[in-house]
Design a protein around this ligand. Structure first.
Ligand SMILES: *Cc1c(COP(=O)(O)O)cnc(C)c1O
Length: 443
């Protein structure tokens, strides 16, 4: 028996987590473009982003920070498409990078090295060299070993490396364990005591220049209090460090992590978030009077682009198995990994609106040969037929950037919408792309 649920509220409104979506005349739109029109032009699956929504999210941070020196360095790992990065560069963004590849992309997109910060626990020698050569703003250093390695390479190159210690404040961000980074048991950053030690070491090294301090405690935080708790510890630490003769902290990098609405979360706005931080900073640092002595750096990723993008997929088959109804679609976990990786929730909306009071419970799954290949389980929806388009909402961050070629599936296209215009910003891969770089050694 397949369960049919009557009288359930239809999540007609579930497209509303997308900042640029609307339902007009029974069709889902992003800005002024009907989703089905893009599907006709480029096939499925594809990611589509709203340039307006991305700019708006960025500008919300900019507006909140306008009265103090700041740099907003978009976390490239959230969405690393060149057009997304160059759109953000145009509105003033820098970049938070975690690899040489991301540095390459940020530079290609025209982002100024003076707005690029480099985080991550495993920077290799060649990556450090590349970043030094390009004169990035600073390295967020995560270990003693890395500090020594940066100093060694800088010396070799006859350069001085600008550094900040990434501090692990040991605060529970109360988010998914896989995206929590600020607990002492996580691999990220230096403990407060180790950070002080590292600053002292750096002070005595001519190849290193101390310019800042940084902290990033996790992702998808929907409550301000763990941030404030972490930043208070950071601000107290700053006072201790500044008491060491010869050290001046110029950049306070507060990382990213602000959450977004996927289902019913109510995260603070960028404005509320920044206001609370400014308050806490003033309360914990008496040297802050009228002239703000620091430049604050923020590294938002998800909160800039998650709700500016969708993954659009087409239903292939409906099948029933032991009382379960499966909707097999043409996108899969290789396109969007978040549901299988974190059991993340994404709203899924049929692109065509149909008035119907009957709800079916669907497991929405992809074609990949893994049980973990699903987008939703036991999701209530109106009846969906093969060939219908579905939009997976809130997919603009950690969507395409986490995609892979698993099951030898070419990665899908990405499209940018601006008003009633839409442009291809990455074409769907071909089969030839799949084997690029491989060698046939047995013929
Ligand atoms: C991932 C990451 C970010 C971005 O996090 P969001 O939750 O997407 O805002 C910022 N800084 C660092 C160091 C990161 O690792």
């Amino acid at each position: 028996m397949i369960e049919e649920v009557n009288g359930m509220p239809y999540p007609n409104e579930s497209y509303k987590s997308c900042m640029a979506c609307s339902m007009k005349e029974g069709r889902l739109f992003i800005e002024d473009v009907p989703i089905d029109k893009i599907a006709d032009a480029y096939g499925t699956p594809f990611y589509v982003y709203s340039s307006r929504a991305i700019s708006e999210c960025f500008n919300a941070y900019k507006e909140a920070l306008k009265d103090i020196p700041h740099i907003i360095s978009f976390a490239v790992k959230a969405n690393s498409n060149l057009s997304v990065l160059s759109l953000l560069r145009r509105v003033g963004s820098g970049a938070d990078i975690v690899s040489g590849g991301e540095l390459f992309r940020a530079l290609k997109a025209g982002i100024k090295p003076s707005k690029i910060v480099y985080s991550g626990v495993g920077k290799t020698a060649s990556e450090i060299e590349y970043a030094l050569k390009e004169n990035i703003l600073m390295f967020n250093v995560e270990s003693f070993g890395e500090l020594k390695e940066i100093a060694r390479i800088a010396k070799e190159m006859g350069k001085v490396a600008s550094i900040a210690m990434r501090v692990n404040p040991d605060v529970d961000p109360k988010t998914h364990p896989y995206i929590s980074t600020g607990l002492s048991e996580n691999k990220f950053g230096l403990s407060i005591e180790d950070a002080i030690e590292a600053y002292k070491m750096a002070l005595s090294d001519d190849a290193l220049k101390i310019v800042g301090i940084s902290c990033h405690i996790g992702s998808q935080l929907t409550d301000i209090s763990p941030f404030i708790e972490a930043f208070k510890r950071l601000f107290i630490l700053i006072k201790r460090i500044e008491a060491i003769k010869g050290i001046r902290i110029r950049y306070i990098d507060l990382g990213g992590g602000l959450g977004v609405r996927y289902k019913d979360e109510e995260p603070p706005t960028a404005f509320e978030y920044v206001s609370k931080i400014k308050e806490a900073l003033r309360a914990n640092n008496s040297s802050i009077t009228s002239a703000f002595p620091y430049t604050l750096i923020f590294e938002p990723g998800r909160s800039i682009c998650a709700n500016a993008g969708l993954l659009v997929t087409r239903a292939l088959y409906v099948k029933e198995n032991k009382g379960k109804r499966f909707l097999v679609v043409d996108a899969a976990m290789n396109d969007l990994a978040r549901p299988s990786l974190y059991k993340a929730y994404h709203e899924i909306v049929p692109v065509a609106y149909r008035d119907s009071s009957i709800r079916y419970k669907y497991d929405i799954v992809g074609p990949i040969c893994e049980t973990g290949d699903f987008f939703a389980r036991a999701r209530l929806m109106r009846e969906v037929h093969p060939d219908e388009l579905l939009a997976i909402m809130s997919a603009g961050a950690y969507g395409f950037s986490m995609s892979s070629n698993y099951n030898s599936r070419p990665r899908c296209a990405e499209i940018m919408v601006n008003g009633d215009d839409f442009k291809l910003i990455r074409k769907q891969e071909t089969y030839e792309d799949l084997i690029k770089g491989e060698f046939l050694i047995y013929d």
